[in-house]
Design a protein around this ligand. Structure first.
Ligand code: URA
Length: 212
């Protein structure tokens, strides 16, 4: 991918995003819409996958037809909300490997600390797509991608549902080599580091854990 930040502004994506943002959207609706938008985000994030040709026969004739050239993929979920994008990504590429990164926010410094990291061994030969629905301050995204680089990854993408301008700036400064795909760059972050207008807490909305 050449562009460092791609906003998927397709009308279908924007419509579904509006439905998902509504506070009255149920957990089931939220999940369904996140899956649907995730398919479009994945479609965009993977648009430059290398293509080869194979010989096939249709009922009409023999022909050379395009197939994926065998680039190996890893999808990395930043726990826990990243799991909401993992399902649709695996629908697109069922053979992909999966990694997980657990980051907890220190409420005083607002900086992420790592509590879990498990990724395939051969990430240096893979395209690694890091998934986290909310690029808010950017601190978790920067850290997650840094953890991947430290573990040997050199071909990375970052896919999120929503981004704050502050997060985009922080992320692209830290990792200018990593393309970002999102459905929206929202207005700003509030003083609790929530994206405005945003959608609230993505993990709570995905798993129905508000107040737990
Ligand atoms: N994480 C969320 O779940 N929501 C935000 O608005 C910001 C970070």
């Amino acid at each position: 991918m050449t562009k460092s930040v791609t906003v998927v502004d397709h009308p279908l994506v924007q419509h579904k995003l509006t439905l998902l943002r509504r506070k009255e959207a149920s957990t089931a609706e939220f999940r369904k819409l996140l899956r649907e938008i995730g398919l479009f985000l994945g479609y965009e994030a993977l648009r430059d996958l290398p293509i080869g040709k194979i010989q096939i026969e249709t009922p009409v004739c023999a022909t050379e037809a395009p197939v994926l050239a065998g680039k190996k993929l890893t999808f990395i979920s930043v726990l826990r909300a990243g799991d909401g994008l993992l399902g649709p990504m695996l629908e697109l590429v069922p053979s992909a490997r999966v990694g997980q990164i657990g980051l907890a926010r220190d409420e005083e410094t607002l900086q992420p600390t790592k509590y879990f990291f498990k990724v395939p061994k051969d990430i240096s030969s893979r395209l690694n797509v890091v998934l986290d629905p909310m690029l808010a301050t950017g601190h978790s995204a920067v850290r997650a991608v840094q953890e991947m680089k430290d573990a040997g990854a050199n071909d990375l993408r970052f896919v999120c549902l929503l981004a704050a301008p502050e997060g985009v700036e922080t992320f692209t400064k830290a990792h200018p080599d990593v393309p970002v795909v999102t459905a929206s760059i929202d207005d700003h972050l509030n003083d609790k580091a929530y994206i405005v207008p945003g959608l609230g807490d993505a993990g709570d909305r995905l798993f129905g854990t508000k107040g737990a």
